[in-house]
Ligand binder design. Structure first.
Ligand code: CA
Length: 243
């Protein structure tokens, strides 16, 4: 189920490519979740190691770029695993949880997790979160945003300089329009939920009317020059794909 027009990746990945794949550690005990999750993540370009207990997670954490951590583990509380991982370094952690979102916001701050996803979640949503957290982690360690502009079809997005070009024409975007486009482009072709755009582009505590988002989307569409690049998924959110 390729979501792009690009040719499917070759079955045998050469060593150079393989070493560039971010290494994820999935800490989850339920086989019904682990199996499809690992398959989906590997298809999405990650190397995946699985730990089914908290003890195993701590043993396997070396050399991992990001941890996906289930809070409900058989041997110890996932929250304790999160704290233990934190004491060992600053690898990013995304918590997978069935618990309520409000509780998690508080818990996240206490635990030092970077983000959380509430079960049941979709693969695309998870992959978008993983990429976003990995990107922020690179920014933290390198002290700068991605050096290389992101090229998506005719569009070039330079996060470091906060500049955007369509073919050779630079677009004059407002700061919020740029943030919105950059957020949508984090996972080109995937639907980004309205609430997430509002929380991450505006303010995470911004629960007011969502008309602001529609106004910015309309303006962005006009400036991009092709309204089809941002499609509306009614009742869900928006999908960006200029290819
Ligand atoms: Ca579990």
């Amino acid at each position: 189920m390729n979501r792009t027009e690009e040719p499917a990746p070759k079955a045998s990945v050469d060593e150079t490519t393989a070493s560039n794949r971010p290494a994820l550690l999935v800490v989850e005990d339920e086989a019904a979740i682990v199996t499809p999750l690992v398959e989906g993540l590997e298809r999405s370009g990650f190397d995946v190691t699985v730990a089914r207990t908290g003890g195993e997670a701590l043993q396997k954490a070396d050399g991992i770029d990001l941890v996906l951590l289930d809070l409900g583990l058989p041997d110890v509380d996932g929250a304790d695993v999160c704290r233990a991982l934190r004491t060992r370094g600053d690898m990013p952690i995304i918590v997978l949880t069935a618990r309520g979102a409000e509780l998690e916001r508080v818990l996240l701050l206490e635990l030092g997790a970077d983000d959380y996803v509430v079960k049941p979640f979709g693969l695309r949503e998870l992959v978008a979160r993983v990429r976003a957290v990995l990107r922020r982690s690179v920014e933290r360690t390198q002290g700068g945003v991605d050096d290389q502009p992101q090229v998506i079809g005719p569009l070039r997005l330079d996060r470091r300089a906060r500049r955007v070009w369509v073919r050779d024409d630079e677009l004059a975007l407002t700061p919020k329009e740029f943030d919105l486009l950059a957020k949508l482009a984090e996972d080109t072709g995937a639907v980004v939920r309205r609430q997430r755009l509002i929380e991450e582009v505006w303010d995470e505590h911004w629960w007011g009317p969502t008309k602001t988002l529609d106004v910015h989307i309309a303006s962005l569409r006009k400036k991009l020059g092709d309204p089809r690049w941002i499609s509306t998924v009614r009742g869900v959110g928006y999908r960006f794909d200029p290819r």
